[in-house]
Write a protein that binds this ligand. Structure first.
Ligand SMILES: Cc1cc2nc3c(=O)[nH]c(=O)nc-3n(C[C@H](O)[C@H](O)[C@H](O)COP(=O)(O)OP(=O)(O)OC[C@H]3O[C@@H](n4cnc5c(N)ncnc54)[C@H](O)[C@@H]3O)c2cc1C
Length: 395
């Protein structure tokens, strides 16, 4: 139950109850700390969030399999008029609905004696002695440690950034009158559509023979008008599936704009206030996938707290993966046609499992060299030239 505020100091404050804040809370509630610590969870809304679906892939290592809404083991990528499809042997591609995830964790939080929920606007953070404070519309609260996923890092506007794109999309969850989809097969990326505003593709996740989430997605700097995404979805459903607007209804819409940047996000907002989630720089710059990185980071934080240690200041990716991301970001920004050629060759010449492991930063250097040798090299040389001041300084 949400409780009246009778306490101003907590062991831990979690500011922001989206994917990151709730995942941290989930692992705290599962840890042996849960009965020993007091936690304050703050957000402007503490209702289950219906606005997102989170997808990720794994080798069956996800800790909450019961919350997965749907999984696929067959993916297709289309580019330059050709389609590549494969059964995944190692990975599975999963989808979680934010309403299920946030509903489950908020319910557990309300049952816990250790957790207090506060609906409030978060206004700022400050360090204070060996802890920190958060200022909210409902007052100021202190804790030994604050984890925040609500406000951009305090040095955001001054941090170095050469490429700043967005992965932006509108998705429709549709229900058709007739069987049309294979619920085992997802379209990861279909680039065979108009490329008018930067690298653009369709993404289609069938949940049943008659229902699917379809997203019109771009990697570019500028958000479009809502109607431009929606017109593209209508057009795709008509050309690819012969669906007229009267032959399906839209159950739900979603919009996202995830940063794709070479910016280094600070781990701490100020001493004792750690940044988490998107504002903690956990979005993979070249794909926008964030959800699994949030899980890995939150697990590691709770492990540290269980051992009585402070969570570490940490960059999400090793140096070589940051370099790969910088190169691809630069190509995505400057060379739309070559970007699509790269995606084409990547999926034509490598197994999907290997590519997914590469995007998860789990491959070895020889495996990465093999992947790069399958791609056109000139765009990468040009990107190294453009990004040399970042790549060779380790920034
Ligand atoms: C529509 C959409 C789909 C996505 N799909 C995927 C996907 O398939 N796979 C993937 O890996 N990633 C995906 N992402 C990226 C990423 O996983 C999500 O953005 C994820 O929700 C990030 O978690 P977060 O906690 O950082 O931010 P959020 O989940 O946005 O949580 C931030 C929380 O802070 C609260 N808040 C913000 N400001 C204030 C304030 N001033 N006061 C009080 N509360 C505040 C918000 O209410 C919110 O609850 C998607 C993103 C979007 C937008």
């Amino acid at each position: 139950m949400d409780r009246p505020m009778n306490q101003q100091h907590y062991d831990i404050i979690i500011a922001g109850a989206g994917a990151a804040g709730l995942t941290l809370l989930y692992y705290l509630l599962k840890s042996r700390l849960h009965s020993q610590i007091s936690v304050l969870l703050i957000d402007q809304s503490l209702q289950p969030d219906p606005s997102k679906t989170w997808c990720f892939w794994d080798h069956s290592s996800f800790d909450i399999p019961e919350i997965i809404y749907h999984s696929w083991n067959h993916l297709t990528v289309s580019a330059l008029g050709e389609s590549y499809s494969e059964d995944l042997l190692m990975n599975k591609y999963h989808c979680i609905r934010s309403i299920d995830y946030s509903g489950m964790i908020l319910q557990e939080a309300r049952k816990s004696e250790s957790v207090t929920l506060l609906k409030a606007e978060i206004r700022g953070f400050a360090s204070a002695g060996s802890g920190a404070t958060v200022e909210t519309s409902e007052g100021t609260f202190s804790a030994g440690m604050i984890f925040q996923s609500a406000l951009k890092p305090s040095d955001f506007s001054t941090s170095k950034v050469d490429v700043s794109l967005l992965q932006h999309f509108v998705g429709w969850e549709i229900e058709c009158r007739e069987d049309l989809f294979d619920p085992n097969k997802a379209i990861l990326m279909d680039f065979d559509i108009e490329q008018l505003n930067g690298v653009t593709f369709m993404y289609l996740l069938p949940f049943s023979e008659r229902s699917a989430l379809i997203e019109h997605t771009l990697f570019s700097a500028e958000i479009l008008d809502q109607e431009q995404y929606e017109e593209a979805i209508r057009d795709y459903l008509s050309k690819r599936f012969h669906l007229t607007p009267g032959s399906y209804f839209i159950r739900r819409k979603e919009f996202g704009a995830i940063p794709m940047e070479d910016r280094v996000y600070s781990s701490f907002y100020c001493p004792n206030v750690m940044n988490l989630g998107i504002v903690g720089g956990l979005a993979k710059p070249t794909t926008g996938y964030t959800f699994k990185r949030i899980h890995n980071r939150c697990k590691s934080i709770v492990r540290h707290l269980e051992e009585g240690k402070m969570p570490e200041e940490k960059r999400e990716s090793q140096y070589r993966f940051r370099v790969y991301d910088m190169m691809l970001l630069s190509i995505l920004k400057n060379e739309t046609k070559n970007s699509i050629q790269i995606f084409h060759d990547l999926f034509e010449k490598n197994s999907f499992d290997r590519i997914l492991d590469f995007l998860d930063e789990k491959t070895t250097i020889p495996q990465e060299l093999s992947i790069f040798s399958s791609l056109p090299y000139l765009p990468f040389f040009r990107s190294i030239y453009r990004m040399k001041h970042r790549i060779f300084t380790g920034a």
